[in-house]
Design a protein around this ligand. Structure first.
Ligand code: PMP
Length: 427
């Protein structure tokens, strides 16, 4: 059965499929961190949780919330109509928001993917300001639809200006630390104030408080506060994309909480649906300039997702899980950084709360090394690693916005001896 499902699925699925190609797993049951395959093997799920499973798989409070909607006979398809389930979800969500948004913010339910909420945010600020251009950052990821993609890393879209996102390890200015963040802020300020830069005046600026897909890069708090000041002074709406960082994962309920800033628009998805599809934007009342029909979508009334999401938000809030993520994440960062000091193939360990990234590099030149990361992943697949990656021919870092390689500011270790690869974990 197992082989048959895998074979049939691979022969029919599009070439765009990603994980399914490399992971021969057919999940049939899941609980917490564990998924069980049709072959009876159990796996620690390090894949599904990237921001969408705040409570792991099938948490009892989530299942109970879904069951109670099903048992109540409530309609599952309601478009934009008000329902008690939607009301309860909105209450729960607003109870977690930064103060101003909680007090008088507006909510727009979107077709249930983060990328649609990003599109909604772009449309909203364009309508509200009457302007067109957007500011986004190197290494950003905002989704797969055309507008969101244009604001993501890689080639900027026609209406998007890309600004440097500060980072320590691969600082775009080669200095790292606070100086690098200050230079990045100054770069942005000069672009905003230069009449010839072509960015004036933009409709909005979008930022991830911790870049996820770009390589788990926490925005320095001081820099983020400066972005808030620069945009506020120029009446540019600031959009925080918290699709991946939300619901406690980074050690604060919303990652903007680390810097204390209040954005004008928050884009929320993934964990707010308690593992089911849900996406919304919340924004300042003053921006509520759009007309009926300006943003629609068949599935923005997903009752099961709202029930699962409300239960998740409540559980995380009442049980202080953001604080727990901060504490556990701190311990994990410490341990991983000790490993980084020992192994030259670990370039940097960074993160916020339990959103943590480890950058694998070639010790010779500091270039990011997908091969080493893949070797480590293979070490846990039960068969054990088959071969150490060769240093030669390793692709240069795929990370968008990275430097040319070579210099590794902030590590205090020059390129040099080939460090040992980590041993295969004991089985
Ligand atoms: N924004 C961010 C920060 C994300 O991490 C993602 C998804 N990884 C998206 C937007 C897009 O969300 P979705 O995949 O649900 O469209």
């Amino acid at each position: 059965v197992y082989e048959g499902i895998l074979r049939r699925q691979s022969s029919r699925e599009s070439a765009a499929r990603t994980y399914a190609r490399s992971l021969p797993i057919v999940p049939v049951r899941a609980r917490g961190l564990t998924i069980e395959g049709a072959d009876g093997r159990r796996y620690l799920d390090c894949l599904s949780g990237a921001g969408s499973l705040a409570l792991g798989h099938n948490h009892p409070v989530v299942l109970e919330a879904i069951r109670s909607v099903l048992d109540s006979g409530a309609p599952l398809h309601v478009l934009d109509l008000a329902t008690p389930v939607k009301d309860a979800f909105t209450d729960e969500l607003f109870a977690t928001l930064p103060r101003g948004l909680a007090a008088s913010g507006r909510i727009q339910f979107c077709s249930p993917a983060g990328t649609d909420a990003v599109e909604a945010a772009f449309k909203l600020v364009r309508i509200a300001t009457g302007r067109d251009g957007l500011l986004a950052f190197t290494g950003a990821y905002h989704g797969m639809t055309e507008g969101a993609l244009a604001a993501s890393g890689g080639a900027p879209g026609a209406r998007v200006t890309r600004l440097p996102f500060p980072q320590d390890y691969r600082c775009p200015f080669g200095v790292g630390g606070e100086n690098g963040a200050r230079l990045a802020a100054r770069w942005t300020e000069s672009l905003l104030d230069d009449p010839k830069s072509g960015v004036r005046p933009p409709a909005g600026m979008i930022v991830e408080p911790v870049q996820g897909e770009g390589g788990v890069l926490p925005a320095p708090s001081g820099w983020l506060r400066r972005m808030r000041e620069l945009t506020a002074e120029r009446s540019i709406p600031l959009i925080a994309d918290e699709v991946q960082t939300g619901v406690g994962r980074t050690g604060a309920f919303w990652a903007v909480g680390h810097s204390g800033i209040e954005p004008d628009v928050m884009v929320l998805s993934k964990a707010i649906g308690g593992s089911l599809p849900l996406a919304v934007i919340v924004y300042r009342e003053a921006l509520d300039a759009w007309q009926p029909g300006d943003h629609a979508g068949t599935f923005r009334g997903n009752q099961l997702a709202m029930a699962a999401g409300a239960a998740t938000l409540r559980y995380v809030r009442e049980n202080g899980l953001a604080g727990r993520a901060a504490a556990l994440g701190g311990r994990m960062l410490d341990r991983l950084r000790r490993l980084a000091a020992e192994y030259d193939c670990i370039g940097e360990v960074r993160g916020a709360g339990l959103m943590i990234g480890i950058e694998f590099v070639e010790p010779e030149d500091g270039a990011g090394s997908a091969a080493r990361a893949e070797w480590l992943a293979a070490a846990g697949d039960g068969a054990g690693p088959t071969a150490r990656p060769e240093s030669g021919g390793v692709p240069a870092p795929g990370a968008r916005g990275g430097p040319a390689g070579g210099a590794r500011p902030g590590t205090g270790r020059g390129p040099g001896a080939d460090g040992p690869l980590p041993a295969s974990p004991a089985r």
